[in-house]
Design a protein around this ligand. Structure first.
Ligand SMILES: Cc1cc2nc3c(=O)[nH]c(=O)nc-3n(C[C@H](O)[C@H](O)[C@H](O)COP(=O)(O)O)c2cc1C
Length: 385
């Protein structure tokens, strides 16, 4: 996937756009939560099953092209993410055996289970890609992208064109399930779960989410994620959580045991709490809210289990970024990793005392040693005690 294409369509990613973090207290949205929507005795933070796959919790990292690489996913797991998705991987590239594609799908050492997301509009090729992706990764889950809004992608019948065309989505789902089953039969591996991520529709006049969801679930998809914006909205405007509530109710009624995951406007731990409580969905996926702030997983789990969360100490933030840098160096080479980590480190050090001067040096760092010196001269210990 050409990440620039995705990023071009991505407003709302700036630091300024990210809401202030709010802690439960006098003015927290959590205090205004309508707790009557939470079924009695049912914790918002809870295990979830996708087919045979058992996850200890329901707070996930969403697929994010150009961001959810293996180093970042690994950091998110360290921070408490219960499940992670690779960025979308092209079925064309997979079936043409592109080496670059394989590196997008690599499992992180601490990624005990994860999902590889694939995209494409041709059912047969998607089935073949499913087999290849599993052969290359042994992933526990394959997720079908039916939400990408990028013109170059939808033109091929892929991404959100699949939400618009439930018949094709059904064929794609069937074929991916067949590919996964064939892999399991040939290798004896436990069958991978197959899941689908959709949008609410093409535009306001064509809200096909229900037909798309039914098409995928009738074919045997084992979980469904909804990003309740239309393709026309891209990433602008508000996501419509009432659609997520409707899908959750529909699944509970007509597809018992099939979990529904929500994505859209999760920028703070309180947003995740509110989405779980207000929509009845089974799990939440942080996307833009985790970019530059993987600590959102730690804090969300604290909020959901203890009702409040603590700030993340500066040293913890810096060490997390340092580990990510080293992982990225081994995956992408030192030069590319050091450049990429400039923006990530700048985000991680937001709010740190002397942060502006620190960031002025970070944006010039060319080597891992440059980073090490920047932090060690300020007294940060980069090796975990
Ligand atoms: C830069 C960027 C890249 C994305 N890449 C993918 C992708 O590869 N696959 C996918 O299903 N969704 C992708 N998404 C959508 C997110 O997973 C998520 O559904 C969406 O951003 C809504 O969540 P948010 O409002 O909390 O960011 C991407 C979003 C952004 C901003």
């Amino acid at each position: 996937m050409d990440q620039q294409l995705y990023l071009l369509q991505t407003p709302g990613m700036s630091e300024e756009a990210r809401p202030e973090r709010v802690r439960p207290g006098t003015d927290s949205p959590a205090d205004t939560l309508n707790r009557e929507t939470v079924p009695a005795g049912r914790s918002l933070y809870r295990p979830v099953s996708i087919g045979n796959l058992r996850l200890a919790g329901n707070v996930f990292l969403a697929p994010v092209a150009g961001y959810s690489d293996r180093a970042f996913r690994s950091l998110c797991i360290d921070c408490g993410a219960d499940f992670t998705y690779t960025e979308m991987v092209s079925s064309e590239a997979l079936t043409r055996n592109s080496g670059k594609t394989e590196s997008l799908m690599l499992r992180a050492p601490n990624e005990e289970r994860y999902a590889v997301q694939i995209f494409g509009g041709d059912p047969e090729r998607m089935g073949e890609a499913a087999f290849i992706a599993l052969a290359q990764t042994g992933a526990e889950c394959l997720d079908i992208n039916a939400g990408c809004p990028v013109p170059k992608i939808v033109k091929t019948g892929a991404g959100s064109a699949l939400t618009r065309d439930p018949d094709r989505l059904a064929l794609v789902t069937r074929s991916v399930i067949r590919g996964a089953r064939r892999f399991s039969e040939e290798t004896g591996a436990v069958p991978a779960a197959v899941t689908v991520k959709i949008r609410s529709g093409w535009d306001a006049s064509d809200l096909s989410w229900e037909r798309a969801a039914r098409a995928a679930l009738d074919e045997g998809a084992q979980a469904i994620t909804l990003h309740p914006r239309t393709r026309a909205q891209g990433y602008e405007g508000k996501s419509d959580w009432s659609v997520l509530a409707a899908l959750s109710a529909l699944a509970r009624r007509d597809y018992p045991g099939i979990p529904v995951f929500g994505s859209g406007d999760l920028f703070a731990p309180e947003d995740a709490e509110r989405m779980l409580a207000e929509t009845g969905c089974d799990g939440v996926m942080f996307a833009r809210g985790a970019m530059g702030n993987p600590f959102i997983f730690t804090q969300t789990r604290e909020l959901l289990t203890a009702g409040a969360y603590a700030d993340i100490p500066a040293e913890t933030r810096v060490r997390a970024g340092w580990k990510e840098l080293l992982d990225l160096v081994s995956d992408s080479g030192e030069q590319a990793a050091c450049r990429e980590m400039r923006k990530r480190f700048c985000a991680y050090t937001k709010g740190i005392e002397g942060g502006a001067a620190l960031r002025a040096e970070i944006v010039l760092a060319e080597t891992a040693d440059d980073y090490r010196k920047i932090f060690e001269t300020r007294g940060f210990s980069l090796i975990a005690r």
